[in-house]
Structures are given as C-alpha cells and as structure tokens.
Ligand binder design. Structure first.
Ligand code: R5P
Length: 334
C-alpha cells in the first residue's frame, strides 16, 4: 500500500516494500505522559503494552512487564517530565526489565530530553549531565533513541547508539502561518536559537531578530538587554525549544514591545513550565502560545491562551519507519 503523510512542510512517500528486520512492534510507557503514548498507539493502530510501573512506600520504583516481549521490537515512550528524576528512573528500569525479558531491540522514545542545558563544562567543577544521561540510557540497554528538538543538536553525539532527532518547528510554524497574520518578524531568544528562527522565518517568509540573552549565575535568571534586528510595527513570533521558568520569553516579549512591535506570539516545542511560569506567561504581553504535547498538556487559567500541536503523528510515523527500516529523514524532505 502506498501512503502519503503531511507534517506541515513535508510530503513523503513510503516505499511499497517494507522491511521488517525485527519482530512485532510493541510500545510501552511509564507515568510521564501516558496520553501521548496512547495517541501514538492510536496513530499506529496498536495497543499499549501492559506493564506495572509504580513506587513502593520506600520511594523505590518497581516495574513489571506484563506480556511477552521476547524477540520483539520495543519502543518505550517516556519524556523526562516532572518529577524529572522519577521519569528518568522509570525509563531506565523499564529498559532494564525489557532487556532482561529478551526484547530484540529497545528504542528509548524521549519526546523531551531533560538536563539538555548541562551539555558542556562552562565553569569549573560542574558536570556534563546530558552526557551522563546518555550513558545511563545506553547502560540500561537501549539500542536506539528517538527524540524531538534537543536543547543542542550535539547531544546526539553523547550517545554511541543511533539517535533520530525529529523537529516540531515546521509543525509549529505551519500552524501559526495558517492564522494568516501578516508583517511578521521571527524572534530567537538567544544566539543559539538563531538557526531555529531562520528555519521558522523560511516557512513564514519573514525576517528574523535575535535577542542578546545572558544567563546570570546558576539560578535560572536571565538578562535580555539588546535586540538585533528590526521589530517596529511588526507582529513578533518568538520561537524557542523550551519554556522553563518563562523568564526568557517574557523578557523577550517585553523587549520587542518596547522596541515598537505591534503584538507578540510565542511557540515552543517543550512547555516545561516550572514554578510560577504559567502565571508569568498568562500576565505577559504574549497573546497566544503554541505548544506541543511532548510534555503533559497544561490546564488551568492560561489554557485559553494555548494552542496545542500534537507530535503524536510525527512520533508515530517515525516509529513506524524505524520498525520497518525505511527512511526517517524522508519525513522532513521538502
Ligand atoms: C535557552 O537556554 C533555551 O532555548 C530556553 O530559552 C530556556 O531554556 C528557557 O528557560 P526559561 O524559561 O527558564 O527562561
């Protein structure tokens, strides 16, 4: 059967001859974002694998896989959502259980990879925690990783197993383009985000501006003093990989408004939204937020300002291609 898929800018065709190098595909999930795992299963038309994943009273995590996985092609969907360290431990223990149950291949599906900001030794006596996470996932027994919008692409190289990094940027940009807003400028919140902004600007046919952001100390505080580029009388569209405390995008929004922007919108792949971030975002000049569901969808007072863009079809299609040995890169072919 020949099928077409569309993820915004992409239109890819799947070959009629599908290789099945591994046994039957099975998906499992822990407690970090079961809704996303179920939505991926719906896309793939499979049932979620049965497993018990819980904590004993002594805070130890327990996992039991409740069905046969011998020689199967296993995908464990587990974004590193809050409580982050619990999500990670569940992931590692699930992989260990599956390995010991003789799974043929295990793919860690990590829609959100935490500790991504700790990717270099940029001050004395600090760890490279993203690298440590990669080592732990490999040691547990993962054979591959599938992820979306890492904080820095080079984190792929911390793994010695294949990593497929997808991007939600085209989906977010296309969803915003469909709103038909004109005179746009795409804003990167720091120099590191310039590539992402350029990609978005290509889809929206808009210029870019870049914020000159500095981190102050190690306590999440940022300073945004200067803006490179012209935002006067334009609608600013801020794009970022994640929103954590909200400080970065709110400061950016305030600065672009002070520089004469007419309105400001924002998109981010990963809505981490820790502490009082939701309140901060709700009270900011930003009109709407486009978020994916790599992390559990946000409820509460700011939900009216949120447009959800699901990555379930994107992940589902990538999983189908990994399983069948067909190209994942083709998913993003223009
Ligand atoms: C850059 O460091 C990232 O792309 C994000 O801008 C950052 O993680 C957002 O963090 P926060 O929301 O805490 O300012």
């Amino acid at each position: 059967m020949r099928k077409s898929f569309s993820f915004g800018i992409l239109f890819a065709h799947v070959s009629e001859v599908e290789l099945m190098p591994f046994g039957e595909m099975k998906l499992f999930t822990g407690n970090s974002n079961p809704k996303l795992a179920h939505d991926i299963c719906d896309y793939l038309n499979v049932s979620i694998g049965k497993a018990q994943v819980f904590k004993f009273q002594n805070d130890n995590t327990f996992v039991k896989i409740l069905e046969n996985v011998r020689e199967r092609d296993i995908f464990v969907v587990q974004p590193m959502s809050e409580p982050v360290n619990d999500s990670i431990i569940e992931l590692l223990i699930m992989i260990d259980a599956l390995k010991r149950a003789s799974a043929a291949r295990i793919t860690a599906v990590l829609p959100y990879f935490a500790y991504g900001r700790s990717d270099k030794k940029d001050q004395p006596r600090v760890p490279i925690t993203a690298r440590l996470m990669a080592n732990l996932i490999e040691t547990a027994g993962a054979d591959r990783v599938l992820t979306i919008d890492l904080h820095a692409g080079q984190i792929q190289g911390f793994f010695n197993i294949p990593v497929d990094e997808l991007t939600a940027v085209p989906m977010l940009a296309n969803t915003f383009r469909d709103r038909g807003i004109e005179d746009l400028v795409v804003v990167a919140t720091d120099v590191g985000g310039a590539g992402r902004a350029r990609e978005t600007a290509g889809i929206l046919n808009a210029p870019i501006a870049i914020m000159d952001k500095r981190r102050i100390g190690n306590d999440d505080t940022t300073a945004t003093d200067n803006l490179i580029g012209d935002v006067t009388d334009k609608t600013a569209f801020i794009i970022d990989d994640e929103i954590s405390t909200g400080g970065t995008v709110v400061n950016t929004a305030e600065l672009v408004m002070a520089h004469g922007a007419r309105a400001v919108y924002c998109a981010a792949t990963h809505p981490v939204l820790c502490g009082d971030a939701s309140k901060k975002l709700n009270n900011s000049p930003i009109k709407e937020y486009l978020f994916t569901d790599t992390l559990p969808v946000i409820d509460g007072e700011m939900k009216d300002k949120i447009i959800n863009v699901s990555v379930a079809p994107l992940l589902g299609e990538a999983i189908r291609r990994i399983h069948s040995g067909t190209s994942v890169g083709e998913l993003f072919a223009s």
